[in-house]
Design a protein around this ligand. Structure first.
Ligand code: PHE
Length: 436
């Protein structure tokens, strides 16, 4: 449940719908599901396995297993990736907090399609408001880490995450009753194979890494804490199943509503933030539904930011060999994160044009850099590490309870890790960039 809490977040509810909308609906969905199965499953298992074998967090796990410092850079790469990703994750979490505030004060009630679009643009081009909204979740996350109440939050999210799923099912039911909703369902589920391009493979693979939280070594820490008799393959499957379920639910809410209200499915990152307020206006108990849903969304985002910020806090303590203690590290991370989030905001709102490169703002650059490049590259290295460098016996003995790792699944797992995952990531990557 803790790993699922890290995995389920804005990646499912915000990113999945807009990526699907921009990349042709059903065509993207089918490629995404393929990636989840062929990349997601083995890589989730890999991270749990490394953690379980090493009993350490990302940072020291590679040293522990390989007995040398040769793989240490992977720990650094992950920490750096988490750092730049987290700043941008906080900005989007800020958007969620903004909409929670608006739900409380009924601000979006009565707005039509165009008004909602203009409203989003107005909010996100206001640097002060955006900076303020991003800093709220940074401080909340820091408070959780400072007071060491991570476990309490995890216990709480065991109740709240199922509630989020129930709420989303109710919303999907409501949206289905709108006129024109079936067009959205067809958009999401009808596959037009002619739309499947190399670019879609690259986007779908990136989305799969982002949504499942793989490729950052973050789940290595979860693997280290996993009880020895727990079946890691079953756990991986459960995380994958829940994560995909929430993404699909988000799709089933957003796309019927997109077509029923006359939005453009390829609206981009603002998609869910303009469509959801429109949906909320059609729910019963409008005020309560809005406040309830946006609160759950904020909590889903915060459970992810906690797991991410923990990596940065731990990296600073490890780097200074404990000279900077945990509390100081939380303070430093909070300061750095706030600075980074404000830099992203200044770039996105075009307040500081020098922060735009190649006609893209930092937000888009970091998004592409992390999901399309850094996460796949480090996932590729991890699969090579386990597939080729870890002694074969470790694959058998450590990660699974004996009866569960059935005879047929081991060769599949090893094949996927040694050959399929590295080669496929490389091909997807080179193809998507137009090199082959
Ligand atoms: N998987 C999270 C989401 O879908 C984001 C995340 C990525 C969290 C990587 C941790 C590590 O929102």
């Amino acid at each position: 449940m803790a790993a699922a809490g890290s995995a389920i977040g804005l990646g499912n509810i915000w990113k999945f719908p807009y990526e699907t909308g921009e990349n042709g609906g059903g065509a993207f969905l089918i490629v995404y599901l393929l990636c989840v199965l062929l990349f997601g499953m083995p890589l989730l298992m890999t991270e749990f396995l490394i953690g379980r074998k090493a009993g350490k967090s990302t940072f020291s796990a590679f040293r522990e297993i390989s007995g040398s410092n040769r793989w240490q850079w992977l720990g650094w790469l992950s920490s750096f990736t988490v750092f730049i990703l987290l700043g941008f994750y906080f900005v989007v979490t800020g958007w969620c907090f903004n909409y929670l505030y608006e739900a409380i004060f009924n601000s979006y009630i009565g707005m039509g399609t165009d008004e909602l679009l203009n409203h989003f643009t107005a909010i996100t081009s206001n640097p002060l408001r955006m900076s303020f909204c991003s800093i709220i979740p940074i401080f909340l996350t820091a408070a959780v880490l400072w007071f060491g109440v991570t476990q309490g939050i995890e216990r709480l999210s065991k109740i709240l995450m199922p509630l989020l799923i129930v709420m989303m099912i109710v919303m999907a039911g409501r949206v289905m009753m709108l006129d024109g909703s079936s067009i959205g369902m067809r958009f999401l589920f009808e596959v037009d194979f002619s739309k499947i391009t190399p670019q879609i493979f690259m986007e779908a693979a990136g989305q799969c890494f982002f949504s499942l939280s793989i490729g950052l070594g973050l789940l290595i820490t979860y693997g280290a804490y996993m009880p020895k008799d727990q079946d890691a393959s079953m756990t991986s499957f459960q995380v994958l199943f829940l994560d995909t379920l929430v993404a699909l639910l988000a799709g089933v809410i957003i796309f019927p509503a997109v077509f029923a209200f006359g939005f453009n499915p390829a609206e981009g990152p603002q998609l869910v933030f303009v469509v959801l307020p429109a949906v909320m206006q059609h729910m019963s108990f409008v005020w309560f539904s809005g406040v309830f849903f946006f609160s759950l969304l904020c909590i889903a985002a915060i459970t992810s930011t906690i797991s991410l910020m923990e990596v940065v806090v731990a990296a600073i303590t490890e780097f200074t060999h404990g000279k900077i203690n945990r509390h100081k590290s939380v303070l430093i991370t909070t300061g750095l994160m706030s600075l980074l989030a404000v830099i992203y905001v200044l770039s996105m709102t075009n307040t500081w044009p020098a922060l735009r490169f190649f006609d893209k703002d930092l937000f888009q650059i970091v998004d592409d850099l992390v999901t399309i490049f850094l996460m796949p590259v480090s996932a590729l290295c991890m699969s090579l590490f386990v597939g080729w460098f870890m002694p074969a016996k470790d694959i058998d003995v450590v990660p699974y309870s004996k009866n569960s790792f059935k005879k047929w699944s081991r060769p599949i797992f090893v094949f996927l890790l040694r050959w399929f995952v590295p080669i496929a990531i490389l091909l997807v990557f080179l193809n998507g960039l137009g090199i082959i």
